[in-house]
Write a protein that binds this ligand. Structure first.
Ligand code: NAI
Ligand code: MG
Length: 363
């Protein structure tokens, strides 16, 4: 029996979570679902968006299903604290960032599939801990950094105080574990090609380093074809020929951009699922946020959450029900049995859940 921490969160999170779990019921799986709290309401009431009891729940369970979490700028966060907690130095730290750091979730995995006619099916795997988002980001440059960038003609005109710098960090530890994850994912999901997304003709040395690591790791996966493509070319081809891709692996910023492009190629936020995965933990969520303006109206599309559940089931080695669930969602999307506003229909969240459950019941 696998256990899942279910954290519905804020806004439309609880609505799409409950719709997806009704559908899971229909699958009759050996899952122990354990509910917990996370997000903006926890912050407003307790000054902590990820309470200790939630960390404990995450420790005790095999994986986590997350709805969505509202985040607001620091000043607003402070203002919404109760009297006793305001001015005590508490700061709001994004719960998803806390989860990724504390659980070591280095791979952000975004399946992108054509629900309507199955024309494409690929997965973007984004590195989550280093690259251009490693946190080495400076406004104003000290002597050590000036030694590196001061020779640039524009920096000479501006001077150190009027120059800002971001560094792209790549470590063999970080690159190797991501590449291994990418190849293992490709093999277990039946993809025959892995594309490393980079910028070798501009970032020559770091890209060459990455190429060396790719070649080393690829030696263990001779059944998977590999290639290295420039990120800009990948953006173009993802739109023009998405069917050519299998697994795409990218550093943090390139992957951030391409994974949202993937959600767009798929048909929008109401459809796109994601997983954040490490060697000792994971959570699965829809790509969309809490859409506070739509909360409580029962209009949100629950398909992204259902596909996040399917991705989670794959991760728990329950790939047969995962495929059934994806097929049922696909059938409802293709036949347009129940269609929410974002896909041009008028159905509500619960009607989509009912249609998917009916579809599963017929199998
Ligand atoms: P959002 O994804 O919540 O909403 C953007 C737009 O997409 C909305 O106008 C809504 O109409 C549409 N949309 C989103 N999900 C949909 C669904 N399931 N069905 C139909 N339409 C859907 O992004 P936004 O507005 O930038 O952020 C709102 C809040 O969510 C913020 O507090 C933000 O910090 C948070 N957020 C949380 C994320 C997470 O939990 N991982 C990710 C992105 C944003
Ligand atoms: Mg993003």
């Amino acid at each position: 029996m696998k256990s899942v921490a279910v954290l519905p969160g804020d806004g439309i999170g609880p609505e799409v979570t409950s719709a997806a779990l009704d559908v899971v019921d229909q699958l009759g799986l050996p899952l122990d679902l354990r509910f917990g709290e996370i997000g903006w309401e926890c912050w407003r009431q307790e000054g902590d968006p990820v309470p200790q009891r939630t960390w404990k729940l995450l420790e005790e369970t095999d994986t986590c299903l997350l709805g969505a979490i509202t985040s607001k700028p620091l000043r607003e966060a402070e203002a919404e604290l109760p009297d006793g907690l305001r001015g005590t130095g508490l700061t709001f730290v994004s719960p998803v960032i806390q989860l990724r750091q504390r659980l070591g979730l280095y791979a952000n995995v975004r399946p992108v599939a054509d629900l309507a006619d199955g024309r494409f099916d690929f997965t973007v795997i984004r590195e989550n801990t280093e690259g251009l988002y490693a946190g080495f980001d400076f406004h104003g440059v000290d002597d050590a950094l000036w030694n590196v960038v001061g020779g640039h003609p524009n920096a000479q005109v501006s001077g150190p105080g009027a120059t800002s710098v971001t560094l792209r960090l790549q470590t063999e530890f970080g690159m190797d574990r991501l590449l291994r994850y990418g190849f293992a994912h490709a093999r277990s999901r039946g993809y025959t090609r892995l594309t490393l997304v980079d910028k070798p003709n501009v970032l020559r040395h770091s890209s060459n380093h990455l190429r060396e690591r790719l070649e080393l790791v690829a030696a263990d996966y001779s059944d998977i074809e590999t290639e290295i493509l420039n990120v800009d070319a990948v953006a173009l081809w993802m739109v023009r020929r998405p069917e050519r891709f299998g697994v795409l692996v990218a550093e943090n910023m390139f992957g951030d951009i391409l994974s949202d492009l993937g959600a767009g190629v798929m048909g929008g936020l109401g459809l796109a699922p994601s997983g954040n995965i490490g060697d000792h933990g994971s959570y699965f969520e829809p790509v969309h946020g809490s859409a506070p303006g739509m909360a409580g109206q029962g209009r949100a599309n629950p398909m992204a959450m259902m596909l996040a559940v399917a991705q989670m089931l794959d991760h728990l080695d329950l790939s047969v029900p995962a495929d059934e669930l994806r097929a049922a969602v696909r059938t409802v999307a293709t036949r347009r049995t129940a269609v929410t506003y974002d896909m041009g229909g008028t159905s509500g969240t619960r009607e989509v859940a009912q249609a998917v459950a009916d579809e599963l019941a017929q199998r």
